[in-house]
Ligand binder design. Structure first.
Ligand code: UD1
Length: 340
């Protein structure tokens, strides 16, 4: 019988790509999502790729009763991947309580349900934001955690602590915490991707909309940083590569005999790419020009951060594989599919 996995936030950007990879690896998936930042059509996209409609529960994980009902109606869930969280840095500064409520209550409720319903492990979506501005680059998982610069970032730090404290208390559960660098791109089928709601805050959705003529031009936030071309550097990781890491993490957590109860992995490519380099890579990959101008720095931005992914490479046996040009071509294909 297929192992059953609950994916919270499974119709969201990273969630939907992970559902596809889980199904293709033979897992049975139950999704819960409140559709606050996604829509039902994503389920059709998932089914179009895998041929399997995941079980879908429309609901909010901040409500404990909703979760209990889900576990009662879907017995035998062995693992959880928790994507159900708010993720916009700027919005979190404006609405901190929303972020603390959504992100922390969801996690606490899930952890509380796990032993009760026999769930063995939880994979948690964390972020490289926990490292703040690193003292040196690239960084591994032992780099110090810096004071959070936004409520969003703080929820990731607190969540990691909640999981750690819970497991240290002797709770009979395991966890793998994945610290994502910058996920970009879309499924190569262009049937799922990042859904644009309003004006994109993140670089790649803005870039593809500028290339498509939906936005006048992309503003490069600063070219006076201490980097070779003056623009910020990030570690951009393909969303399908990222999704695959969750499948490997789940398998390790549920099937691994002697693995630690709590493990943390960076998920990145190990390559730092500047904003200007990313624009060039997009133009090279697609032949489509990106109208852009240099603007001032964005408040709160980190100058440069990229990963040492060795721990994930060696222990999970996972490596980011998709070249950035291919990732950007997929992002473009997805953008074009939205216009149809
Ligand atoms: C931020 C968060 C990260 C979070 C992610 C998803 C921090 C430090 N990082 O990543 O934790 O998971 O958002 O929401 O809080 N840029 C432009 N023009 C634009 C947009 C972006 O030049 O219009 C630049 C930014 O200055 C940055 C890079 O592109 O250098 C990437 O920005 P973005 O996609 O917003 O991600 P982060 O800020 O790295």
């Amino acid at each position: 019988m297929a192992t059953k996995i609950l994916v919270t936030g499974g119709t969201g950007y990273i969630g939907s790509h992970t559902v596809v990879e889980l199904q293709q690896a033979g897992y049975e998936v139950v999704i819960i999502d409140n559709l606050s930042n996604s829509n039902r059509d994503v389920l059709k996209g998932i089914e179009a790729i895998t041929g399997i409609a995941p079980v879908f529960v429309e609901g909010d994980c901040t409500d404990l009763d909703t979760l209990k009902k889900l576990f009662e109606q879907n017995p035998g869930i062995k693992g959880i991947i928790n994507f159900a969280a708010s993720k916009a840095v700027g919005e979190s500064v404006q609405k901190p309580l929303l972020y603390y409520r959504n992100n922390l209550n969801t996690l606490i409720n899930l952890l509380e349900c796990m032993p009760q319903y026999g769930v063995k492990g939880i994979v948690f979506s964390s972020s490289c934001t926990v490292y703040g501005e690193p003292d040196v680059n690239p960084i591994d998982e032992t780099a110090p955690i810096k004071p959070a610069t936004s409520p969003y970032g703080n929820t990731k730090q607190i969540s990691e602590e909640i999981i750690t404290d819970y497991i240290h208390s002797g709770a009979p559960v395991k966890s793998i915490i994945l610290r994502y660098f910058n996920p970009i791109g879309a499924h190569p089928s262009a049937k799922i991707g990042e859904l644009p709601l309003g004006v994109p805050q993140n670089l790649v959705p803005y870039l593809t909309q500028a290339a498509a003529g939906i936005r006048k031009e992309l503003t490069v936030f600063g070219n006076d940083y201490n980097t070779p071309d003056g623009s910020c550097i990030r570690d951009y990781i393909d969303v399908v590569d990222l999704a695959k890491a969750h499948v490997v993490a789940m398998r390790r957590m549920l099937d691994g005999e002697d693995t630690d109860s709590i493990e943390i992995f960076n998920l990145g490519t190990g390559r730092g790419v500047s904003v200007l380099e990313l624009i060039n890579a997009f133009e090279k990959a697609t032949g489509v020009p990106v109208p852009h101008k240099i603007g001032s720095r964005r408040e709160g931005d980190i100058e440069k951060i990229w990963a040492i992914p060795d721990k994930a490479n060696n222990i999970l046996g996972w490596t980011a594989e998709v070249p950035v040009e291919e990732t950007l071509a997929n992002a473009w294909r997805w953008q074009k599919s939205l216009e149809k």
